[in-house]
Design a protein. Structure first.
Lengths: 257, 262
């Protein structure tokens, strides 16, 4: 092992999987041996069994569907508004000067702290859940997209000007394509954060969703169900992340050269 | 021959402490149609600044630039530029890169591609149309950039040390290639370099610039007939001119390095 020396793809998979195995082995060891009481931590087998029960008998698939829809809905709304604003801010400095200070301030406002207010304004329905996701991702997206667009290589912009590009051409044919791979990366990252907000939104005032199931299980001290819920979120997050990555690679082959 | 480019009393001062840095002192220069002028000078003599102002990428502090009688006030397709850095758009293929300016002009796609293929063939890049810039060597990228500038059919071609980042052998090949294209196309070219051999071999006139603050020190015709073959670099005319220019540049470099009283 030497600094920065690459590892072969096969070894990478083996190493990655072996930590999962180690993790489960350790978990099994402390639970099956009775070292940690069942009240505090369920063992893996119980977790899998109650997970099966949740899916088959308690319509947990519906909760998963609700949570996924909330994340994607709120995130899509944020992205649709954040991309044009971010691009404009990155391209036109007066627009950036106008919005940037406020957006920088707003992105430090914790989305979860808005939940009481949002319940007051939007009730406990879907609008409130979507708003939490929106607040949590919109400001981050705007800032990161503006930076990506603003970082476009100046010499490419100059080259385009000497080829007769108009200002509009600079934005649509240089700034946008140049920043696209980074914008896609930003979307992928912020979508990951959106997953953490949705659960918080569902912990309070929800009647469905993975977060709601977790709150219900808390009352019953059902640690097996809580852990199953957490793992489901992790798996969904991992799958969307991989899909997003693969999609970006396919969409922007030149960015990897 | 008629003058197409007129530069008069052009100067550039970059703002800063102590009244700023004078990059270029009031400079006059005229460029005739089909002329190939090389601007030779040590680094920091303002030769790139001069070229960038002609391109419209920098604004002059005083003075004016006119192209075909029209005052230059910003960048435009009538002045094509090849930069020292690799400025192909990495998200476009070689063919799409060459089409960039043509598309901006609103040419129909088949016409764009015909033109682009024609110029790509001229710079010897037939068969590379669908490559991305990063799949090409430095020399090939600069050839594509040259084709991209030529395809736009500019009135004047501005070249800012276009071969500066290439290795010596590739640079010599590129010089011959550009020389051949210029002889065939009869373009007007303003070519900035700090390489004396390159300045003589390429130019029909060599303009020498002094170290900071930049100004034109002398303007020498190159009495070597076209077509030029690389072997002219060993003829007496060439070496004599080279000796003279070496001396001129040496003084400037010393001055710039602070090795000599002004």
């Amino acid at each position: 092992m030497r600094p920065l020396q690459p590892v072969s793809p096969g070894t990478r998979v083996v190493l990655g999987v072996s930590f999962f195995i180690l993790f489960f082995a350790l978990w099994s060891a402390v639970t099956f041996s009775g070292y940690v009481s069942k009240t505090f931590l369920a063992d893996p087998l119980t977790m899998v069994r109650s997970g099966y029960d949740l899916l088959v008998n308690q319509n947990f698939a519906y909760d998963i569907g609700m949570t996924v829809w909330r994340v994607l809905g709120g995130f899509a709304l944020a992205a649709v508004l954040a991309i044009p604003l971010g691009v404009l801010m990155g391209a036109y400095k007066p627009i950036e000067a106008f919005f940037e200070p406020f957006v920088s301030f707003a992105r430090y406002l914790p989305a979860s702290a808005f939940i009481p207010l949002l319940i007051l304004w939007a009730g406990i329905g879907e609008a409130q859940k979507l708003s939490v996701i929106f607040i949590g991702s919109f400001f981050q997206l705007v800032l990161m997209i503006a930076v990506s667009v603003g970082n476009t290589r100046r010499d490419l912009v100059e080259a385009a000007y000497t080829l007769g590009a108009s200002d509009r051409g600079i934005v649509t044919r240089v700034l946008l394509p140049s920043a696209s791979p980074e914008i896609a990366e930003t979307l992928r990252m912020v979508l990951g954060w959106a997953w953490t907000y949705v659960i918080v939104a569902e912990l309070i005032g929800a009647s469905s969703g993975i977060g709601h199931m977790i709150t219900d299980s808390q009352a019953l001290l059902a640690t097996d169900q809580i852990i199953f819920g957490i793992i489901v979120i992790g798996v969904i997050g991992l799958v969307t992340d991989f899909a997003f990555k693969a999609f970006n690679r396919k969409l922007y082959p030149w960015a990897r050269l | 021959m008629t003058n197409i480019l007129n530069i008069s009393k052009l100067s550039k001062t970059f703002p800063g402490a102590n009244g700023g840095t004078v990059a270029l002192e009031a400079t006059d220069l005229t460029v005739a149609e089909n002329d190939f002028i090389t601007i030779l000078g040590p680094s920091g003599c303002g030769k790139s600044t001069l070229l960038r102002m002609v391109a419209g990428l920098d604004t002059p502090t005083t003075g004016s630039i006119t192209l075909d009688g029209k005052t230059v006030s910003g960048p435009g397709a009538d002045r094509g530029m090849v930069f020292q850095s690799y400025t192909l758009f990495p998200w476009l293929t070689v063919l799409q890169n060459v089409c960039f300016g043509l598309r901006e002009k609103g040419l129909p796609l088949p016409e764009q591609q015909d033109k682009a293929r024609h110029f790509l063939a001229k710079v010897g890049l037939k068969g590379f149309e669908n490559h991305f810039p990063k799949q090409l060597s430095g020399g090939m990228q600069q050839r594509t950039a040259l084709a991209r500038a030529l395809a736009n059919d500019p009135r004047i071609l501005l070249m800012d040390e276009p071969f500066g980042a290439l290795d010596h052998q590739t640079r010599e090949l590129m010089q011959e290639l550009l020389q051949g294209i210029w002889e065939a196309e009869q373009k007007t070219v303003l070519f900035v370099t700090h390489d004396i051999d390159e300045a003589i071999f390429m130019g029909s006139r060599v303009v020498v610039m002094s170290a900071r603050p930049g100004r034109i020190k002398c303007d020498l015709p190159v009495p070597i007939a076209h077509p030029r073959h690389y072997s002219v670099k060993t003829t007496p005319v060439f070496t004599e001119l080279k000796a003279k220019l070496t001396e001129e540049i040496r003084i400037e470099v010393q001055r710039a390095a602070g090795l000599m009283g002004v």
